[in-house]
Design a protein around this ligand. Structure first.
Ligand code: TXA
Ligand code: MG
Length: 326
């Protein structure tokens, strides 16, 4: 499948990425352009983290509130250490989990060159070294830290395939690289250390973190908005309303199932596998949303999903998808 961007003069592209396309993405990013690319979690919308102008464009294109800071993506641990300071606990976690779907909120280092707009003026920065090889190659090719929020319009469902990026951002950005569907399917876990606090559940579970550090993992209280400005209550919102933990279906509902349930229009994982459910979550929410608006059904009902491992991240996203809209 070849996608075509409507933004004139600039490329957009293709499955089976080759080295030419990776270099092109790196070049566009270096030039300050906006490029969407796959990571193992979701597709990101990348731009130079040291360029005020490029970062301004990210906020504009997404319609994202400027108080919601972005994650800086790096191609190596060294690149991360040039930007920020990592304490012992963070270093131990990095050693075990990077590259991978976990982001660290850490103090900025003196002399860093990250735009103030990336961090929304905070003196901490969120940093991630993704596992996806395509992402790593693009970041290496760019050669500079790249800020990359999920490549969706603000408040809507994150994209896990290039076509979904296209739906939201066609004509507004400079390129979309199609690397197929994302392996993990929900965004990275975000933590801070001292003490270790989970700011956003994601691809790495608190159980994994605890196993490595052997210390307690604290959970961010609802409403502690200063620590994670982006954890807005309504997010990942389909147009239809969403109802959680449903056992019995009402006539105006379509069921997004989990496990061995009857009458599911789509099933996140018939075998009740949480990793499979995470991978399918955003894609199926988008798909049901299209169906619902077509058939005049009103509500997407979702089966209960265990709150363990990556199930915690799935429940977090579903809760935000079902929250009253602002
Ligand atoms: O998996 C991911 O993390 C994806 C891919 C593209 O890497 N990116 C992503 O970015 O999910 P975004 O912008 O959709 O989410 C970034 C989150 C927001 O909730 C934001 O508030 C939080 O990171 N964040 C960024 N900087 C922060 C900081 N200094 N302190 C606390 N939270 C921060
Ligand atoms: Mg996002």
């Amino acid at each position: 499948m070849l996608l075509k961007s409507t933004l004139k003069g600039l490329k957009l592209i293709t499955k089976n990425l080759n080295i030419k396309e990776i270099f092109l993405a790196g070049k566009l990013l270096r030039e300050g352009k906006l490029v969407a690319f796959p990571t193992e979690t979701v597709y990101g919308l990348g731009a130079r983290a040291d360029s005020d102008n490029s970062i301004k464009r990210i906020f504009n294109v997404k319609g994202r509130p400027t108080f919601n800071p972005l994650i800086v993506h790096v191609a190596s641990i060294k690149m991360a250490k040039d930007i920020a300071v990592f304490d012992k606990q963070a270093l131990k976690l990095i050693d075990n989990l990077w590259p991978g779907p976990i982001t660290f909120v850490v103090p900025l280092k003196k002399g860093h060159n990250i735009s103030k707009l990336v961090t929304a003026g905070l003196d901490s920065v969120a940093i991630r070294f993704p596992k996806s090889l395509i992402a790593q190659q693009i970041l290496s090719s760019a050669g500079v830290p790249i800020a990359a929020p999920s490549a969706n319009l603000s408040g809507r469902i994150s994209p896990t395939s290039a076509i979904e990026v296209f739906e939201d951002l066609d004509g507004k950005i400079n390129a979309i690289l199609d690397g197929g569907s994302c392996e993990v399917g929900v965004e990275s876990t975000i933590i801070k250390t001292d003490p270790i606090t989970l700011l956003r559940p994601g691809g790495i579970s608190p159980e994994d973190i605890q196993r490595i550090t052997r210390t307690e993992v604290f959970f961010l209280n609802e409403g502690a908005s200063i620590v994670a400005p982006g954890q807005l209550k309504s997010h990942y919102a389909p147009k239809a309303s969403v109802k959680l933990n449903v056992h019995n279906l009402e006539p105006n509902e379509v069921l997004l199932g989990f496990g061995n349930v009857e009458n599911a229009t789509l099933n996140l994982s018939p075998s009740a596998n949480l990793s499979e459910a995470a991978k399918n979550l955003f894609y199926m929410l988008r798909k049901l949303d299209h169906e619902v608006s077509k058939d005049d059904f009103k509500v997407i009902a979702v089966s209960p999903i265990p709150k363990i491992g990556i199930g915690l991240a799935i429940n977090d996203r579903l809760k935000r998808a079902s929250a009253p809209r602002y």
